[in-house]
Design a protein around this ligand. Structure first.
Ligand code: 13P
Length: 255
């Protein structure tokens, strides 16, 4: 596997943090710190911050993503946001299937698949999240579970469309807990995901796809995690809310 053929992507997932005004302030702090980055830099922000974030990122190398979307085009889905709506405000990426959405909002592999297909057909780039709970890991089903989540989420996605998909391996037990997967654990599961892509789409697609790690990645542990051949970037929660820490991770991915 040749890591050089893939572009590293560092994406911040701000979760339920920041008002539009605070979002602009944080982006303005991040801008000068990442302006020379050779990797892709994305900030995924709450829906109400998207418009302000897109404007604040205009003319910079920072791209903007949403944190969720509905799979239907429009209709009676109170409180939901469609791909069209995200596109209309200039959103480029969308986090899909995050474990917090699976855990608290009833998302399933099937709804995640519908969302991935809807995002791609509307020109949005999904950041597809997969990962096991601590119980899954203790039951030694991590590899099988993550392989299954990946396969189902990508059902009916063409090889061409796959080029716009980023996968993020996020072990649930490592999210917001300060417990990071070891770089070997991250590399192993990212490798399992890459093998699934190889099995379904072939070697070339598997070499090209960006697979991130997420779960307590921070300014201190990013070098070690990003040094692994199968870790092509990060999906960063807590540390993405601090401009200096986020920039440290971005710059580590550009080495
Ligand atoms: P933390 O970096 O806060 O652990 O969150 C990771 C995450 O869930 C990113 O999507």
């Amino acid at each position: 596997m040749k890591k050089e053929v893939r572009k590293a992507v560092i994406a911040g997932n701000w979760k339920m943090n920041k008002t539009p005004k605070e979002a602009v302030e944080l982006i303005n702090e991040i801008k000068p710190l990442v302006k020379d980055a050779t990797c892709d830099v994305v900030v995924c922000v709450p829906f109400v911050c998207l418009d302000a974030a897109v404007k604040a990122c205009e003319g910079t190398n920072i791209k903007v993503g949403a944190e969720n979307m509905h799979f239907e085009k429009s209709g009676a889905f109170t409180g939901e946001i469609s791909a069209d709506m995200l596109k209309a405000v200039g959103t480029e990426y969308v986090v899909l299937g995050h474990s917090e959405r699976r855990q608290y909002f009833g998302e399933t592999d099937e709804t995640v698949n519908k969302k991935v297909l809807a995002a791609l057909s509307n020109g949005l780039k999904p950041i597809l999240c997969v990962g096991e709970t601590l119980k899954d890991r203790e039951n030694t089903i991590t590899n099988e579970l993550v392989a299954m989540q990946t396969k189902i989420a990508l059902l009916d996605v063409s090889e061409k469309d796959l080029e716009n998909v980023i996968i993020a391996y996020e072990p649930v037990w490592a999210i917001g807990t300060g417990k990071t997967a070891t770089s070997d654990q991250a590399d192993e599961v990212n490798g399992v995901i890459r093998n699934v892509i190889k099995e379904v789409y072939g070697e070339v697609a598997a070499e090209k796809i960006t697979i991130q790690y997420g779960g307590s990645m921070n300014a201190s542990n990013c070098d070690e995690l990003l040094s692994k051949v199968n870790v092509d970037g990060g999906l960063i929660g807590g540390a993405s809310l601090k401009a200096a820490d986020f920039a440290t991770i971005v710059n580590a991915a550009c080495k």
